[in-house]
Design a protein around this ligand. Structure first.
Ligand code: S0N
Length: 274
């Protein structure tokens, strides 16, 4: 029998559900009537939820998913696509999903895409930028950009190519075909495929394994994987983590203490490692 998990709401939103259980946060797009297509508000709410996940020291891993079992996300909601972006109540056109992509990439905690059904267009890019993807056997993946008059030349192209290779990434974008879960597994686009009724259970098992690991080691690894690909921003992230670790050392504290005590710092006792 499937394990019953006690998800507790963290905050009420209009277009997403945001809950937690055992140090795991779950952000779920709640627009199943449009296969979880996102509006500027959906994205704004996901950004706020991610920010809460970043700042809550008791949350160690984040699941990104969609409600309903038929779709993870079908990309930007075409009914609110205007001139220059997607338009919300304030009538301003936005491409704010790009901010969310950067946030998923830089949050120093693993983010797992839990994909049932469609992961299409901008929804496909969202799973691509997650650290790991666990797919249900009903999952279907693909890009639609050139068919519907859009494209994502950022992570959606270059990082996808890093994952599946240049030829395959170009095929995915140029043909706009759809790929089933097994094909996605075969091309390294997802980490695991499970029956739909085991999707959440398996994802939570992976989260539990991750939560048993050293959070600082995970943080360093995530920023190390990113650094190679993300240029100056990637180096900044990795270097920021080096600073965090240095701040934890007695050597760094000696510098601060000496300043506050109005004396010269004495770094002589700290080893000059080979
Ligand atoms: C997913 C598909 C293949 C599923 O087909 P199926 O099972 O036949 O279902 P449908 O009957 O088509 O869908 C059910 C209902 O859901 C609505 N719907 C589905 N997807 C969307 C959508 N994306 N927007 C609005 N509505 C959607 C259907 O209309 C239907 O409603 P009813 O029942 O009322 O008719 C199929 O649905 C499909 O192909 N969907 C469209 C996929 C797509 O093209 N998505 C957009 C792709 N482009 C992007 O995501 C752009 C990303 C982007 O905007 C971007 C890019 C770069 C930089 C920034 C950005 C940015 O957004 O910020």
């Amino acid at each position: 029998m499937a394990e019953q998990l006690d998800w507790k709401p963290i905050k009420e939103f209009q277009e997403i559900l945001f809950s937690e259980c055992e140090g795991i946060a779950k952000i779920s797009i709640n627009r199943p009537q449009v296969h979880n297509a996102f509006t500027p508000l959906t994205v704004q709410e996901m950004i706020e939820a991610m920010d809460i996940c970043r700042n809550r020291t008791d949350l160690g891993v984040i699941i990104l998913t969609g409600e309903g079992g038929k779709a993870f996300c079908s990309g930007g909601d075409q009914s609110v696509r205007g001139h220059g972006g997607y338009v919300g109540d304030d009538t301003v056109p936005r491409l704010n999903v790009l901010d969310l992509q950067k946030q998923i990439r830089s949050i120093p905690k693993p983010v797992i895409a839990m994909v049932a059904g469609w992961a299409i267009g901008g929804g496909h890019v969202l799973h691509v930028v997650c650290d790991l993807t666990i797919a249900a056997d009903n999952a279907r993946f693909g890009q639609t950009g050139p068919k519907v008059g859009s494209f994502d030349g950022g992570f959606g192209a270059s990082y996808l190519a890093r994952i599946v290779g240049q030829k395959k990434a170009r095929e995915i974008w140029f043909l706009c075909d759809q790929y089933d879960a097994q094909e996605a597994l075969d091309m390294g686009l997802v980490n695991k495929v499970v029956p739909l009724d085991k999707l959440e259970e398996t994802t939570v098992q992976w989260c539990r394994k991750i939560l048993q690991k050293s959070p600082l080691a995970l943080r360093m690894l995530k920023s190390s994987f990113n650094a190679e690909l993300d240029g100056q921003a990637g180096i900044q992230e990795l270097a920021g983590n080096a600073t965090l670790l240095y701040y934890l050392s007695e050597e760094a504290k000696e510098g601060k203490n000496a300043f506050l005590e109005k004396r010269q710092p004495d770094f002589s006792k700290y080893p000059k490692f080979p």
